[in-house]
Ligand binder design. Structure first.
Ligand code: CP
Length: 312
């Protein structure tokens, strides 16, 4: 088994110093990604398993791309088509993967805490790619990096006003991105109907998007996470979109130098009726691009040894 025992499971667990190290490392990875051949052998011989037991496009593909750009081998594991569908337990599955001497397991799971549980069953480094409503630390890192790059602030987000809008209570992105933004000095406000806000989180709350939209530096729209709704928490009949959706009219009230962000996938017509690609404020494509560099940084931080070399 691999001896790697460091993990990336939540922003709060890794703390500010390592967040700063990862953001700095991301800049190096971004530089590699700009090269004609964006590949280095830094993780040659390492094996990264993408264990995705919940759907994903961006996170799964960017981890796969990140591992390959660093020269690692990748193994893809999804629930359908595996022996999980024959009733094999998650523990037996993880112990089976561990027996194949994988160095890292990137895990997405609908249950809160799955990455911590899995870490007790194997010696691989565990990276949380989203556990239920709880945490999505690499999304938070790519959000912080995107804000830093687009505003020219780097890792110092002090004083920036960030509004996170929508389905906060069901959102691991809201939790993790709030943690990292606050850690880096930003002022975060959660905006939405009271049924979708989380009173346990230590942030400002607001139920009137129009009141603040012209003031914020970053407008971060969230997806309505219908798969995690236990009850009818949302006003019906387009009322949610009327009050909290980014309509063309509302978008015209954003500052010209503000940023529009969304973790994806977007529910067009619900949280957004404007086409974000028509807005110069949109940083949504940057979020996806920087996501690869962030995940390269995370993998290198956990599995790399020494300096990176050129591909030979
Ligand atoms: N932002 C995000 O986690 O997207 P995916 O579900 O497509 O990975």
């Amino acid at each position: 088994m691999s001896t790697a025992r460091r993990h990336l499971r939540s922003i709060d667990e890794v703390g500010r110093e390592r967040v700063l190290k990862l953001l700095n490392l991301t800049s190096h990875m971004h530089e590699i990604n700009q090269r004609p051949v964006p590949k280095v052998p830094a993780l040659r011989g390492r094996v990264v398993c993408n264990l995705f037991l919940e759907d994903s496009t961006r996170t799964r593909l960017s981890f796969d791309t990140a591992a390959k750009r660093l020269g690692a081998d990748t193994v893809a594991f999804t629930g359908s088509g595996s022996s999980l569908s024959k009733g094999e337990s998650l523990r037996d599955t993880v112990e089976t993967l561990a027996a194949m001497r994988l160095d890292a397991i990137v895990v997405r799971h609908r249950s809160v805490g799955a990455p911590w549980q899995i870490a007790q069953w194997c010696e691989a480094a565990i990276i949380n790619a989203g556990d239920g409503r709880h945490a999505h630390p690499t999304q938070a890192l790519l959000d912080a990096y995107t804000i830093g790059q687009r505003t020219g602030r780097g890792a110092d987000l002090s004083g920036l006003r960030i509004a996170i809008v929508g389905d906060i209570v069901n959102s691991r992105v809201a939790r993790s991105t709030t943690s990292v933004a606050t850690m880096l000095g930003a002022e975060v406000t959660h905006v939405g109907p009271s049924t979708l806000l989380d009173p346990r989180l230590d942030v400002q709350r607001c139920s009137d998007l129009d009141q603040i939209i012209g003031d914020v530096d970053v407008l971060y729209m969230l997806r309505m996470q219908n798969e995690r709704m236990d009850a009818a928490l949302v006003p019906l009949g387009g009322e949610y979109t009327r009050r909290f959706g980014l309509t063309p009219e509302r978008a015209s009230n954003m500052r010209a130098d503000a940023l529009l962000m969304h973790p994806g996938p977007i529910n067009h017509g619900t949280e957004m009726t404007v086409d974000p690609s028509t807005l110069p404020q949109s940083a949504i494509t940057d979020q996806v691009s920087y996501g690869v560099a962030v995940r390269m940084a995370v993998l290198f931080d956990l599995l790399g040894i020494g300096e990176m070399e050129e591909e030979s």
